[in-house]
Design a binder for this molecule. Structure first.
Ligand SMILES: *Cc1c(COP(=O)(O)O)cnc(C)c1O
Length: 376
């Protein structure tokens, strides 16, 4: 496909906001649609390169071109975030010795850690913000699975250090940057072997589909990522790919808006007497907050909002919140009272007004709450 994401040869590269809009568009020609349509087909007429619908699809490719141009790597789209995780794991372990260990984040995404724990390999759990601990765990390991930021504790590891430690130990490294998007963190620039996204979240951005992406700068890895997709059949639907690309066109304005509101809400929350701790990396649209009063109070708060929708997942236009430990599979290192907020595009004052009334209305009667401790 022609790539209008390439600026004139003599100019500087287009910036991210431009690439999000122009990458993956067909070359304009008279009366041609500006966007790649939903190409709904299971097969292609013989004589060309495409062959069959499980191998290629023009609508997936348009989406992949756009994500890849933001990520600085070649993107391969999958049926879900977990399909992308599974493919990345299979590809990165394909040539690894059978008993080499995998290193996982202590507060990593529970489904990814679960998948990595079922490989019949030793599993070592580490805190990614402890580089010495990571280095020690990598001795004899074959894969480091990383996330930035971690979810839901929202810690941001130093990716250059993690990549250096992994490669020094002879291990590969994959980084899941679902919660950051390629606008905030680009692991391929730090040398990560594979980058993974649940496109279900910010990339598509409207809570109306599941999709995943695995991306790499290594052509051999990209070939294998596509082979695994064709073999396993974990392909995205063409309509989902079209919707995801439609959402991706506005990623920059959505994320900027969510981030501004999240910064405002993080500051408001840190000053509220019902709040014990605010976790916010300083950027992005996710804020995790621990409230006084444990799980019961946190459940009461999530049940008392009118505008914020109690729901799992994140990265949609609507603001959602949930107590993560309501899920039995959530890691024990996540505090019982932790509520993860996914800040959407509503008016930030309405969002704060709703949170404040929920916190105030659920305050236990006649008890003075301890002063809030430092955020982070
Ligand atoms: C949601 C999520 C996934 C899984 O994506 P699905 O589309 O639900 O399969 C993987 N990693 C992270 C960090 C996620 O938040």
């Amino acid at each position: 496909m022609n790539d209008p994401a390439s600026p004139p040869a003599e100019g500087p590269p287009w910036r991210a906001a431009t690439r999000a809009v122009v990458a993956g568009r067909p070359e304009p020609s008279a009366d041609a649609p500006l966007s790649t349509p939903v190409v709904a087909t299971s097969t292609y007429a013989a004589g060309g390169e495409r062959g069959y619908g499980r191998y290629t699809n023009p609508t997936w490719e348009a989406f992949e071109d756009a994500v890849g141009s933001l990520e600085g790597a070649t993107a391969v789209a999958y049926a879900s975030g977990m399909a992308a995780v599974a493919a990345a794991v299979e590809v990165l372990l394909a040539d690894a010795p059978p008993h080499g260990a995998v290193v996982v984040p202590a507060d990593g995404y529970h489904a990814s850690v679960d998948l990595l724990s079922r490989l019949s390999r030793p599993v070592r759990s580490v805190r990614l913000d402890d580089p010495a601990g990571v280095q020690a765990a990598l001795d004899g390991a074959v894969l480091l699975w990383a996330e930035s930021p971690t979810n839901p504790l929202l810690e941001v590891p130093d990716l250059s250090v993690l990549v250096a430690h992994a490669h020094q130990a002879g291990a590969r490294i994959a980084v899941d940057t679902t919660a950051a998007t390629p606008l905030r963190v680009r692991p391929a620039e730090h040398g990560a072997d594979v980058v993974v996204h649940a496109a279900t979240k910010y990339l598509s951005g409207h809570s109306d589909l599941l999709m995943g992406v695995a991306a790499s700068r290594d052509p051999a890895v990209v070939t294998r990522l596509r082979e695994v997709r064709s073999r396993s059949g974990a392909i995205p639907g063409t309509f989902e790919a079209w919707l995801a690309l439609r959402g991706l066109r506005t990623l920059l304005v959505r994320l900027d808006r969510a981030e501004q509101s999240a910064q405002y809400l993080a500051a408001c929350l840190a000053g509220h007497s019902s709040v014990q701790r605010v976790r916010y990396p300083g950027w992005g649209g996710l804020v995790s907050v621990q409230v006084h009063g444990g799980a019961a109070r946190a459940d009461a708060v999530t049940g008392a909002t009118r505008l914020w929708v109690p729901a799992t997942s994140f990265g949609g236009v609507e603001s959602t919140l949930e107590r993560r430990r309501r899920w039995p599979a959530e890691r024990a290192s996540v505090p019982e009272s932790l509520i993860r907020l996914s800040v959407g595009l509503e008016d930030p004052d309405d969002l704060w007004q709703d949170l404040e009334q929920a916190l105030t209305r659920t305050r236990p009667r006649g008890t003075a709450e301890p002063p809030s401790s430092a955020g982070g």
